[in-house]
Design a protein around this ligand. Structure first.
Ligand code: 4G3
Length: 247
């Protein structure tokens, strides 16, 4: 899968691509990340990429011509590319969106700086406008890296042999169950006994219960959105009976 990022700070993406699972995905040829310096498409001796807003006001706006030229040149090579703008005005990017983007062949991320882009770029050149959350960043680069990272995890083989993405938090609308590693006693706290028992069926049941309880306590909205399975209903009934016994 090919990722392009239109930015005035291409170096930010080189750092991102240099570590861990992202680096491995690049080295194995599963993905390619190409940062494009918008300045390379700016005209004139000073290669200006921003200008003052019509109507006045503070801040600067990204000029449309360099962005349009950059998008056109990528699209000439990759007509299948989807153009994605990161902005606080976008629809929320979530795990479902990450899974859908993992089906694409080529994504172009437009990373705005300053106070945003000229509206005509959004109208003509942008397929999707997305946001990684309700906060404002100094630029779209970090948001684009968040999206690329979340998408890469869904590519076959990117996480290694066990392909852990399918078992992650959110994979079935539930948070991940609690996890433990050695030592079996840490600062006086013991690992739940069942996890040391070697009983795979019991471990599976404990993990299901852990995931459900954590989701109910920390993110009840996810349970409301997805409903309960029959197995989960039994767990909830068990806890209802227990809570009733306390009254
Ligand atoms: C304004 C994305 C600011 C318009 C980008 C880009 C937050 C997010 C910017 C624009 C950003 C986010 C750059 N800040 N929540 N800043 O995903 O197109």
């Amino acid at each position: 899968m090919d990722f392009f990022a239109l930015t005035i700070f291409p170096g930010m993406f080189e750092a991102f691509a240099g570590y861990g699972i992202v680096r491995r995905a690049v080295e194995s040829g599963k993905i390619k990340i190409t940062p494009i310096n918008v300045r390379d498409y700016a005209k004139g001796r000073h290669k200006v990429t921003d200008d003052r807003p019509y109507g006045g006001g503070s801040g600067m706006i990204m000029k449309p011509e360099p962005l349009a030229a950059a998008i056109r040149s990528i699209k000439a090579e990759r007509p299948d590319a989807r153009t994605v703008l990161l902005s606080p005005q976008g629809g929320r990017f979530d795990q479902d969106a990450a899974r859908r983007y993992a089906q694409e062949g080529c994504l172009i991320f437009v990373c705005g700086r300053y106070e945003g882009l000229d509206e005509r770029i959004c109208e003509t050149y942008i397929d999707d406008e997305i946001s990684i959350g309700d906060y404002v960043l100094t630029g779209g680069e970090l948001a684009a890296m968040v999206v690329i990272d979340a998408v890469i995890r869904h590519l076959p083989g990117a996480l290694g042999t066990q392909d852990a993405a399918e078992f992650d938090s959110f994979s079935d609308g539930r948070l991940e169950h609690a996890q433990y590693t050695r030592p079996s006693v840490f600062e006086g706290k013991e690992v739940p006994e069942v996890l040391l028992s070697g009983d795979h069926q019991a471990v599976g049941q404990w993990r299901l219960e852990s995931a459900l309880l954590r989701t109910l306590l920390k993110r009840p909205d996810l349970v409301e959105k997805n409903g309960l399975t029959d197995r989960e209903k039994l767990i909830v009934k068990k806890w209802c009976r227990y809570l009733e016994s306390l009254l």
